[in-house]
Ligand binder design. Structure first.
Ligand code: NIG
Ligand code: FE
Length: 412
């Protein structure tokens, strides 16, 4: 039995900087939170427990990165150069580059290589306090290669101190061997790939790229129906490059989240509200493809749709490995507020995974997964960019990361 009282800290239990407890304490028994609140209210029963002094730092729930494509082969720096010369993301995809070029590299890579590459992208996220992450397939596009990606995602969760949720994104792009036969590929996804991978326990949710260069509404719906037959929750890459109506379709299927959403309209927002679907905004992709259409923040607020922020870490549209940078971009580019972005990487991100009861909030009975920030104000989490800020990460009550040079004081 292990007991610890973490003290000399300021607590932000829900990721909401307007609801904090200064000079707080957290009592942890066997990895779970036994008690938390103002240090002056700490019950006498905890007086004899060993103590850990956090030097007056801020403590938030462990961060949740709820939309990533972290596992893939190669990189696309050459396409980036093409885009710098004026060719658009959509044009590159139509010319046989884009997602399909990463599919070639991913199919060619073995599991060990994919694991090593993905680990180098995971490590900086963990050093920023991420304790839960979603990882999608979608660069394999055949059964063996999608399985390889999802197995690597699971291995990351076994080898690193992070909870990994896998999403099957077989309907990400049309693989070359199905050229001109998109409906047949969707049949393959629904009748073979998804059932086989679900049977192997590799799938926690199912995603579709619904777009002119992805799949149609009718094809997306077939995938959602196949997910429902397996009792798997769904989500969608929706309204990223154009308004396809995918968000309303996903809401009808009780999607956990609809993601990207730059071209979302009011009807789609209303549908999300009715279904409780989370809006996952991805400022890294918005920035990197130099999108100018902003996601409809005012509508999302007016309809009280929960908003999450994520990296979308992927080689084509968002080669980023910092969730803190996404918080900064969500404020500067999307004009989101600090409370919005903090909740967007904690409780709302957890909800986008259907795991609001497990991640994103610190409360009695929950796993003690938290990040320690030696900053004066939580606004600094969105303010600095490109600077390490997290001093320590605790998961299941154990310190799993300590920044080598971190002074545990309120002044960094
Ligand atoms: O989330 N939109 C589709 N999928 C990815 C990009 C994938 C790629 O270009 O490799 C995204 O932006
Ligand atoms: Fe994505």
């Amino acid at each position: 039995m292990k007991h610890t009282v973490w003290h000399h800290l300021n607590l932000c239990p829900h990721g909401d900087p307007t609801a904090t407890v200064t000079d707080a304490a957290i009592a942890v028994r066997d990895g779970r939170i036994d008690w938390l609140g103002a240090a002056s209210d700490l019950p006498a029963a905890y007086a004899q427990w060993p103590r850990e002094d956090l030097g007056g730092a801020w403590v938030t729930p462990g961060l949740v990165d709820c939309h990533t494509h972290l596992v893939y082969g190669g990189q696309r720096a050459d396409e980036f150069a093409q885009r710098l010369a004026g060719v658009s993301y959509e044009e590159i995809a139509k010319q046989g580059g884009g997602i399909v070029s990463t599919v070639r590299a991913t199919r060619a890579a073995d599991e060990a290589t994919l694991l090593r590459d993905a680990a180098t992208r995971l490590e900086p996220l963990l050093a920023e306090g991420v304790t839960a992450i979603e990882i999608k397939s979608g660069y394999g596009l055949d059964l063996a290669s999608e399985r390889k990606m999802l197995r690597v995602a699971r291995q990351l969760g076994e080898r690193y101190p992070v909870t990994v949720y896998t999403t099957f994104l077989g309907a990400h792009a049309l693989p070359p061997e199905f050229a001109g036969r998109a409906d047949d590929y969707i049949t393959e996804v629904c009748e073979h790939m998804l059932p086989a991978l679900a049977d192997e326990g590799l799938v926690d949710a199912v995603d579709v790229f619904c777009e002119r260069i992805g799949f149609s509404l009718a094809q997306s719906e077939r995938v959602f129906d196949a997910a429902a037959r397996r009792n798997l929750p769904v989500k969608m890459h929706a309204e990223q490059l154009s308004n396809s109506g995918g968000t309303a379709l996903s809401a009808r299927h009780r999607a956990l989240s609809a993601d990207h959403l730059e071209f979302l309209d009011e009807a789609g927002v209303a549908a999300m509200q009715a279904a409780g679907t989370v809006a996952v905004l991805l400022p890294g992709a918005y920035y990197f493809i130099r999108e100018t259409q902003l996601p409809p923040l005012d509508l999302l607020r007016r309809y009280n749709v929960p908003i999450a922020i994520s990296t979308d870490s992927n080689p084509g549209t968002s080669p980023v490995t910092s969730l803190l940078l996404m918080m900064n971009m969500a404020t500067t580019l999307f004009r989101m507020t600090v409370p919005e972005v903090l909740q967007g990487v904690t409780q709302h991100a957890a909800r986008a995974l259907g795991k609001a009861d497990v991640h994103g909030t610190l409360a009695v009975g929950r796993s003690a997964d938290f990040a320690v920030w030696p900053v004066t104000t939580l606004a600094e989490l969105a303010y600095w960019f490109g600077r390490p800020l997290c001093a320590r990460v605790v998961r299941h009550g154990e310190t799993v990361y300590t920044r080598p040079t971190a002074p545990l004081s309120t002044h960094v």
